[in-house]
Structures are given as structure tokens and as C-alpha cells.
Design a protein around this ligand. Structure first.
Ligand SMILES: [Cu+2]
Length: 158
């Protein structure tokens, strides 16, 4: 029985390391064939405050943190090269038309019902980096009509 103790200690340490930042309601927008980019969205809360500094996913060659906003009458998207600020205890929402994690150079189409692994790196106010490993469901939203028809057959409680 004694041999179990180090394993348990490690597991608790891992939980502790992940407690600073929580992510919920994450999802990825589904794509149509030939589409090379899409967005990932979630609600991120950093207990002590920090900055989302990078993201990565095996489904995409390039992953960036983006902001979308109106500039005059046009919607503009830009990469947040310094990362996305996460004020302490405040939920920051990544959503269509706002902040998002941009998945580019996609290696395959993403269908509703797929799961996309996404790694987020958050740098705390103390400069410590926290890595969050997420598994996000793919949702087909705002797709083409034929895509929506396909989706009805496999619609799962969203
Ligand atoms: Cu973008």
C-alpha cells in the first residue's frame, strides 16, 4: 500500500496546478470541406488573474489568439500578440464576433460531433505558466444548409 502514496501525491499536485484557471462551455465551430480556418470558444476564469499567452491543437498547423471588433463599419480580426488579459476572478468569454482562439492551416474538416484537443497556456501574475488540456466538442453553427441537415441526424443535446 505504501507504494501508492507517491502516485496520489502527484495527482493532487496536478489538480492544484490547474486550479488557478478554469475553462467551461468550450467548443469549436465546425468546418466545410476546403475551409482552412475556424474558431474555438470558451469561458475562461482566472482566479488570481493572468494572461492567455498561447494555444495549440494537433488539428491545426497554426493557432493564434484573436480579437474581432468593429472598426467603423467593417469587422476586423487581429492577433493578440501579447495574449488575452484575464482579470482576476472575472470570466472572459471567447465567442463568435469577439475573442477567439483561431485554428488555422487545418489538417482536416471538423464535423459536428468530433472532439478537438486544445492546449491553452495561461501565465499568472507571478509569471508561472499553467497548461490546460481541453477536449472541445465541434458544433456546426452558421453552416451551409446541407450541413445543417446533416447535423439534425446527429444532434446531441447542445
Ligand atoms: Cu480569428
Amino acid at each position: 500500500m505504501k507504494q501508492l502514496i507517491p502516485v496520489l501525491t502527484l495527482a493532487l499536485a496536478a489538480l492544484g496546478a490547474h486550479a488557478q484557471t478554469t475553462v467551461k462551455d468550450g467548443w469549436v465551430r465546425g468546418t466545410v470541406p476546403q475551409q482552412k480556418a475556424t474558431g474555438a470558444f470558451a469561458q475562461i476564469t482566472s482566479a488570481q488573474g493572468g494572461r492567455l499567452v498561447s494555444a495549440a491543437s494537433p488539428v491545426a498547423g497554426v493557432v493564434e489568439i484573436h480579437e474581432m471588433r468593429m472598426s467603423g463599419s467593417t469587422m476586423q480580426m487581429r492577433a493578440l500578440t501579447d495574449g488575452l488579459e484575464l482579470p482576476a476572478g472575472k470570466t472572459v468569454e471567447l465567442k463568435p464576433g469577439g475573442y477567439h482562439v483561431m485554428l488555422m492551416d487545418l489538417k482536416q474538416p471538423l464535423k459536428a460531433g468530433d472532439t478537438v484537443p486544445l492546449t491553452l497556456v495561461v501565465e499568472g501574475a507571478d509569471k508561472k505558466r499553467e497548461t490546460l488540456q481541453l477536449q472541445l466538442p465541434v458544433k456546426a453553427l452558421g453552416g451551409m444548409p446541407q450541413q445543417q441537415q446533416q447535423q439534425q441526424g446527429q444532434h446531441k443535446g447542445h
